[in-house]
Design a protein around this ligand. Structure first.
Ligand SMILES: [Zn+2]
Ligand SMILES: [Zn+2]
Length: 347
């Protein structure tokens, strides 16, 4: 069995930089790589190349790509309602990020590695024709669109504290995209979407699974919902390729979100998905980054996740975090509602 994981990285992704006053710190990707190079024997760094315009048009509209290119030349103004400022070269920098995710996918498709990681990717809010929430181009969605040409069914699993709206709505009516998204309840956090009632439309009804959890939810809730809903749903769907968005802003203490996960929760979920990937889709699993606004904690979490998909046992002696009783009570009601309303769990 092919093992080992590629850490796709190129200094060019560091150009995806909104400036020092902005909370999105792209350099945490390099920090994750530096941590691994000091502590992990089995690090395989593979350089990345930019995506082409044709690649990005698999998901984004030509009009929107032209608009981003225009903003990229002037380097000023806002690409969305306020969170995503343009900067000089933002078009090319976005192509670098998308290209790194596509390269990560190709390394797995070509059988060079069992798995791969691009922590500069995971820009899950961008829509076909719009920027949103620090995301200019949606590398996850471009990769899924490309994979859908080769595969009947692709799974997208999103661990970011924020709902992955750009990906979910981008494929909302595509029955070939299985979408599993655990996130802080949209009533309490940007972008406000991702209710458990959003399960896909038309033929795709039942192919999307949203798990919106209350602020304060900890590892116990994450693992409980994964074991009860997400993992059986994933296994049942039998995807042929998996992309996992590993936004680390669900970590306790993140300045932009209110969840209480630790590295323990993230690693346990990734280990479970990794194991399933070998069982049902020949290990075809690519992980990407996303949010994470405590740069050091995010880099440490991503380093542990890379070790997890590299097939090495973790030396971590972490203790899982636990949720307060009020959160557990609300999660109990959410579980009952999902069992009642979701096409895959009701009846
Ligand atoms: Zn996020
Ligand atoms: Zn593996």
């Amino acid at each position: 069995m092919l093992e080992g994981a590629a850490f796709v990285y190129d200094d060019s992704v560091l150009k995806y930089d909104f400036g020092s006053d902005h909370p999105f710190k792209v350099w945490r990707v390099r920090l994750a790589k530096d941590l691994l190079s000091k502590s992990f024997q089995d690090l395989h760094v593979v350089p990345a190349s930019p995506a082409s315009r044709t690649d990005t048009e698999l998901f984004h509209t030509p009009e929107y790509l032209d608009l981003v290119r225009k903003f990229s030349i002037t380097g000023t103004g806002l690409l969305d309602g306020g969170d995503t400022p343009a900067f000089p070269g933002c078009y090319e920098a976005s192509l670098n990020v998308v290209g790194a995710t596509l390269d990560a996918v190709d390394l797995v498709l070509e059988g060079k590695y069992a798995h791969s990681a691009n922590f500069a990717g995971g820009l899950h809010h961008a829509g076909k024709g719009n920027a949103s929430g620090f995301c200019i181009l949606n590398d996850c969605a471009v990769a899924i669109a490309r994979l859908r040409k080769a595969f009947r069914k692709v799974a997208y699993i999103d661990l970011d504290a924020h709902h992955g709206d750009g990906v979910m709505y981008g494929f909302y009516s595509d029955p070939g995209v299985i979408d599993i998204d655990v996130h802080q309840d949209g009533k309490t956090l940007f972008p406000g979407t991702g209710s458990h009632l959003e399960a896909g439309s038309g033929e795709a009804c039942g192919t999307k699974l949203n798990l919106p959890i209350p602020p304060g939810s900890a590892d116990d809730v994450l693992l409980d919902l994964f074991n009860e809903f997400a993992l059986p749903f994933l296994e049942e769907a039998m995807p042929e390729f998996m992309i996992m968005q590993c936004g680390a802003d669900g970590l306790r203490g993140d300045p932009l979100a209110g969840l209480s996960f630790t590295q323990y929760g993230y690693v346990k979920v990734i280990e479970a998905v990794h194991e399933i990937s070998h069982r049902i889709c020949m290990g075809r699993l690519v992980i990407v980054g996303g949010g994470g606004y405590d740069p050091e904690a995010t880099a440490e979490c991503w380093a542990s996740e890379y070790i997890a998909i590299s097939g090495s046992a973790q030396r971590c002696r972490l203790i899982p975090s636990t949720s307060p009783p009020s959160v557990l009570k609300r999660v109990g009601s959410l579980k009952a509602e999902i069992r009642e309303s979701h096409p895959s769990f009701s009846g």
